[in-house]
Design a protein around this ligand. Structure first.
Ligand SMILES: [Zn+2]
Ligand SMILES: [Zn+2]
Ligand SMILES: [Zn+2]
Ligand SMILES: [Zn+2]
Length: 123
């Protein structure tokens, strides 16, 4: 009996994926020895290993080798790590947050001062 493609379960397989070992048909073979499922979940840095997660900064898919765990829950890619991101949340992200927070505070202060001005005028 011929082996069926384990991706579509319809066409007969022509080869097996070198990563997951699935039997794949010509339609689900991507040409680099990978099935269509593995090729979309490959690490975007090495294109060799399956990604385990995505970078918390650039959201690229990353494998264990091409990434660094910077906190127990945050993993970033080696490129972001080399760009100087060593802590979470990244400092420039924090600065932006602080900036928008300060802006919101200023707006509220402005609102309050215009309100109290009105109150002073009407009294
Ligand atoms: Zn198939
Ligand atoms: Zn595969
Ligand atoms: Zn990788
Ligand atoms: Zn990254």
């Amino acid at each position: 009996m011929e082996k069926l493609c384990e991706v579509c379960l319809e066409k007969k397989s022509i080869t097996t994926c070198r990563l997951c070992g699935r039997s794949i048909c010509s339609q689900h073979y991507t040409g680099s020895g990978l099935c269509s499922i593995c090729s979309v979940s490959l690490c975007s840095l090495c294109r060799e290993r399956l990604a385990i997660t995505e970078c918390s900064i650039c959201s690229r898919l990353i494998c264990e080798i091409c990434s660094r765990q910077i906190t127990p829950v945050v993993r970033i890619c080696l490129q972001c790590y080399r760009r100087g991101y060593r802590e979470w949340p990244p400092r420039d992200m924090l600065e932006k947050e602080v900036e928008s927070f300060q802006k919101a505070v200023r707006e509220i202060e402005h609102l309050f001062s215009s309100l109290s001005e009105k109150r002073i005028k009407s009294s």
